[in-house]
Ligand binder design. Sequence first.
Ligand code: SF4
Length: 519
Amino acid sequence: MLSTISRQTCSRRGSRTVSSMLGSPRAVGSVPHFQARVADVSSPLDSAPGSIPPVFNTVPLREAASTVRPVVSALHHDRDEFWRRVPVWEDVSAKDFLSYRWNVRNLVQTKRELYSFLAAVLPEEVPYDKPGTRMQTRAEFIQDVDAGITAATMATRMTPYILSRINWRDPRHDPIRRQFLPLRSAMMPDHPKLTLDSLHEEADSPVKGLVHRYPDKALFLPTSACPTYCVFCTRSYAVGADTETVTKSSLKPGRRRWEACFAYMESQPGLQDIVVSGGDAYYLDPDHIREIGERLIGMPNIKRFRFASKGLAVAPARVLDESDGWVHALIDISNKAKRAGKAMAWHTHFNHPNEISWITSTASQKLFEEGVMVRNQTVLLRGVNDDLETMSALIRELADNKIFPYYVYQCDMVKSVEHLRTPLQTILDLEAKIRGSVAGFMMPQFVVDLPGGGGKRLACSFESYDRTTGISRYTAPAVTGRGKESKVYEYYDPIDSLPGHPPSEVSIGSQGRSARSRD
Ligand code: SF4
């Protein structure tokens, strides 16, 4: 899943240097509030100026449909209050942490907020190489983050939930940190074949924000904002605020643009399946979820649709917050779709078992009881989930939470994430070892989304794979048009994984010392 939110955070990035921000380091525990300004994307579909922006709007309580049965009773006060292990949140009650509004108020998204947070939660030194062999000071780590943000294609934004799932005693090696907080010292030079829009989505868009590649399926991008930004986002050409390396292609919510997308969907009798993504559908107002859902249900040609959102992985409390209307809207649309004989699902995006907590489980149980089909799409990431134990545990935990493990994706060939890509062989090995260890209906498809717009193919279905050059070749017979009839698509392994290739050298920002690029 995965514009211009140019005004969003770029204007907030400010010009202060890290050193000036660190000039008066605060003591651990002394940064209790991150006054995250929540304005992110102004939308022509929004209500009055100054209102809470789309994702944070809640329907009035009277509209929080009584048709939805609360499972908040399942929340026990003796559940682990893990967020209290983060020094700045040691006094935060479960009631507050489970409030979506508290979560919104405590988003970390500006440099000032991020560096204040890091200064408060990091120890004086953090492990650099293997824990205990070499250390980086707190200031060096923050400087490394600052240089990482400068080089990244994605803006930084993290929810309190995701921040509370990181081990701040050893953030460099933490699988959650690796996904959302870039370190310059971990980055590698881009592979020469890496591009921004590697899947050629813009080329396959007959209407702005609608990608039509497969005969029966289209991808609708109503927004380009997300509650948390992933450093490896495939849609980094459009999602999130402008960064110092990328001026984003605008996909702001707007009625005229949406209507053009709807009109296209209605004009294509072969279209049956719509993915509503972005950005992230969590960033849509509940009324927008209803509007989009009802439009799709009303189209005779559309049989299936899904809302793609990482929300369950990065802000699960929202599902349980009865004062918030997003999940009520989703459940209502799910039920309306069923009554109309159509299928609606939520496609979410978990990459590591540490993203799953008792809050996730309670939220998933609520969705299960309400009959909402939830499927998961995982991205295979180096140092996050590229080992058998972690991937197996993730698949099992998803299944235990009634989340269908649908896809494991080979990491796309996008800029600035070479350190997170694995060679194709890794996904082949994982698929081979996991198949047979879990029930077949829980077995995800291990796929490569072909660079150049060939669509998803089973990773093992390559025409050829040269492990010396790292080049694998695929065909995609079902994807036609725009000169794709006999096209051969190539995926390239990371250069540092090729035989005889040492890891690259990258300097640690302004520290001026060289380091191995793999963290
Ligand atoms: S949730 Fe992450 S991967 Fe999905 S669109 Fe947003 S930034 Fe991209």
